[in-house]
Write a protein that binds this ligand. Sequence first.
Ligand SMILES: [Zn+2]
Length: 163
Amino acid sequence: MKREVEDAGENAGQRFLVDLMLMRLGRWLRLLGQDVAIPAKESDKVLLDQAKAELRTIITRDRGLFQAARGAGVLCLLIRSSKLSDQLAEMARAGLPLRLDPKWCTMCNGPLDEVDEVAKGEIAGRKRWRCRSCRKLYWVGSHWKKMEDMLQEIRSRREKNAG
Ligand SMILES: [Zn+2]
């Protein structure tokens, strides 16, 4: 099959489009360094058109949409689980690296820039990023540890299953 996505960058330039049912997964994928768009409208036609125009792989739990995408020659990943950690495990099976690597804003999918300046009373050396579009600031904090723990849990579960 002809590869429909452009090959650029270390992750083969794969970009995604999540359907609205998978918004939470989509936000996580952005924290894992993935460019994830959300559709303007919850309509299969809008989704398919957007995926085609922007060369994105659709991520969905909707079997009907999955079939429609295949018919239209659009790359599509069918997610089976309704549980976030299992959904991430499914993405890992599809080849997604499970490591935190924030590149895209979880709110608006704008590109993140690493910021160096330290404001008064803040701890230096703490990694931070700012969204170029909506200016939201991200940093490595206690929530980060929780996310790392969850990814670690998924990774070790995968290793157990593989062995
Ligand atoms: Zn943003």
